[in-house]
Design a protein around this ligand. Structure first.
Ligand SMILES: Cc1cc2nc3c(=O)[nH]c(=O)nc-3n(C[C@H](O)[C@H](O)[C@H](O)COP(=O)(O)O)c2cc1C
Length: 201
């Protein structure tokens, strides 16, 4: 793995992020693309949960979810979110703060079409974050969706899709023995150019 010089970080964090995502994806762990998504509800209550990174480029990090879930309600009221990646094996962390936008319809359709048919039915059946009486109810709703779509291709539900978290601020952290860690933070200015600062760990 190439060395990352925290005394001379690149002008943009993108290349380091790509390298760390690629390296992380190669680790022998169940969900190397897992990330923690933090939101703030309309009343100021913070909340965090795990989602999976399904895309990344200069525009931000993409994940997919139910557009009527608690996280989606929080993001539509605040317009913002924070995301954290942590790889214990390499002692690395990436922290992102950004604005939320929905991914393009065609992108979400294409991603949904690649999902396993059972996951597609699950997306239709799950009223994510709503109250559910029991497991049998959920299973019978999945069966109802199976009957509804029969053998036809299952379209993306209108209430399900992707979000992109933009890269307004990115912090990259490399752990070292005795807590003498390396840490650098990039913040994007309004013209999209990053300012970077090395921080005490
Ligand atoms: C490893 C892992 C991956 C997950 N990936 C997703 C995901 O990509 N999208 C999603 O909506 N929920 C995912 N979940 C479930 C969420 O953590 C969460 O329970 C769900 O989205 C409801 O959150 P909310 O009520 O805050 O909206 C995942 C959970 C785990 C443990």
């Amino acid at each position: 793995m190439a060395d990352f010089d925290f005394d001379a970080p690149p002008a943009s964090p993108l290349a380091w992020m790509e390298a760390w995502f690629t390296e992380g994806d190669g680790l022998d762990v169940p969900n190397p693309n897992a990330m923690y998504l933090a939101t703030v509800d309309a009343d100021g209550t913070p909340s965090v949960r795990t989602v999976l990174r399904r895309g990344f480029d200069a525009r931000g990090v993409v994940f997919y979810t139910n557009y009527e879930s608690r996280k989606s309600e929080a993001m539509s009221s605040s317009g913002r979110a924070s995301v954290l990646f942590h790889w214990d094996q390499t002692d690395r962390q990436i922290r992102i703060e950004g604005q939320i936008s929905k991914v393009e319809t065609e992108v979400a359709d294409a991603y949904f079409a690649r999902r396993h048919p059972e996951s597609q039915l699950g997306a239709w059946a799950s009223q994510q974050s709503r109250s559910l009486r029991d497991r049998a109810t959920f299973e019978s709703e999945v069966e109802a969706m199976r009957a509804r779509f029969a053998d036809a291709p299952i379209p993306r539900p209108p209430f399900w899709g992707g979000y992109r978290v933009s890269l307004d601020a990115v912090e990259i952290w490399q752990g070292h023995p005795h807590r003498l860690h390396d840490r650098v933070r990039w913040t994007a200015s309004s013209d999209g150019v990053f300012n970077r600062t090395r921080l005490y760990p």
